[in-house]
Design a protein around this ligand. Structure first.
Ligand SMILES: *Cc1c(COP(=O)(O)O)cnc(C)c1O
Length: 380
């Protein structure tokens, strides 16, 4: 028997979450962002559920090839563009649209031999200071691209640094709109947080930029997978999102310990009363964060309880005392939900576990270890 740990990808949840994005921006086309192997879910596993998107956005040329291999003939966007000149050959061959964020990428295009002109997304650095042409240099980059026979349509793209937080996006939208006002071409601005927080306000809130956030192409990533882009201010339930991934395992042992006894490496947890603990077949080598402290939320038999002590490589401990005291029989083989949906329907938000680890749902999804078997519910 393999270890009982298992990740399940929820097709219907992915579809639901994509529909949520569409409802938030009904007139826009939607890139489903599937970089980092679909945020750890597996491109091949999410493809069917997300194929009603208008296109797939990612970074890695190998991942783009996989999407074409799945039979996808629609748009694919390389969010960082090409990394070297020969990448452009693959773009020509596979009809990949690509971001252009620096002069070197324009140089490579100018030297590229192709019969098929490329669709490009010219990136503006409107304040994030990661990728893109500064507002001052943006129009000259546009003019240079426009003159190239290798270039077909030019779309305009920028990325927000604070869509999930207090600073918001208005300062970047202002810059973007000023510089691009009279340029033709489609616009692509919104990531998940901009889409949910600044286009479709939760009940009772007002968007801070009602008519200036015009995105012909929205670019949702994290929301597709069911995580709130602005946790803990909002939870996935607040945004009506469903978990795209469940990580489950089982209890493989129990221990009844006395007051004063400790649990795990470093004796980090010391019982202040007689305690029943369960040992779960899941550790940091499965992608569960080692930094999760005692008290990290976890579900046993679909009920909320907490972890105890340090997470080790292959195991972690959970508090069974409240379940035992309420008369439940839990023990060897009992289902444990590390995040996602338990078989009784209870949900443990991946964001809550991430929060306990001082990180984001993004990182936990992407860090799911290769040794964890993955199944798609309702499918393979
Ligand atoms: C990753 C990424 C996105 C998606 O971001 P989320 O926060 O996951 O919605 C959108 N645009 C660009 C350029 C990205 O790199």
């Amino acid at each position: 028997m393999p270890r009982p740990i298992l990740a399940t990808i929820h097709t219907a949840a992915l579809q639901h979450n994509l529909a949520r994005c569409r409802a938030a921006a009904p007139d826009a086309k939607a890139w489903a962002v599937i970089k980092a192997n679909a945020y750890g879910h597996g491109i091949e596993r999410v493809f069917e559920a997300l194929r009603s998107a208008d296109g797939f956005a990612l970074l890695d040329l190998e991942e783009a090839q996989r999407v074409r291999h799945l039979g996808w003939r629609g748009p694919i966007l390389l969010l960082e563009g090409v990394f070297e000149a020969r990448d452009l050959e693959l773009c020509s061959r596979l009809d990949l649209w690509h971001a252009v964020h620096c002069d070197e990428q324009i140089d490579m295009l100018a030297a590229h031999k192709t019969n098929v002109p490329h669709r490009v997304f010219l990136k503006m650095n409107s304040g994030m200071n990661r990728l893109g042409f500064t507002p001052q240099r943006y129009r000259s980059a546009w003019t240079r691209l426009d003159a190239l026979p290798q270039v077909d349509e030019i779309s305009l793209i920028t990325h927000f640094s604070d869509a999930d937080g207090a600073r918001g996006i208005s300062h970047q939208i202002r810059v973007f709109n000023e510089v691009t006002r009279d340029l033709p071409g489609e616009r692509s601005l919104s990531n998940s947080a901009a889409l949910l927080r600044h286009t479709a306000p939760a009940a009772g809130e007002t968007p801070d930029t009602p008519d200036t956030l015009m995105s012909d192409w929205i670019r949702p990533g994290i929301v597709l997978y069911g995580s709130a882009p602005d946790h803990p201010e909002h939870t996935s339930a607040d945004w009506d999102l469903q978990p795209g991934m469940t990580l489950t395992s089982k209890l493989i042992a129990t221990q009844a310990i006395e007051t004063g006894a400790s649990v795990g490496y470093g004796s980090h947890f010391v019982a202040d009363k007689p305690t029943v603990l369960g040992v779960v077949a899941c550790g940091y080598a499965d992608g569960y964060p080692r930094v999760c402290p005692t008290g990290t939320p976890i579900l046993v038999a679909g009920q909320h309880t907490r972890t105890l002590g340090r997470v080790s490589m292959d195991m972690l401990a959970v508090d069974l005392t409240p379940l035992v005291e309420s008369g439940q029989s839990v023990g060897f083989g009992t289902e444990v939900t590390l995040w996602g949906r338990s078989s009784n329907g209870a949900v443990l938000d991946i964001d809550e576990v991430a929060h306990a680890a001082g990180t984001l749902g993004y990182e936990l999804m992407c860090a799911l270890a290769p040794r964890v078997p993955v199944v798609v519910d309702g499918g393979c």
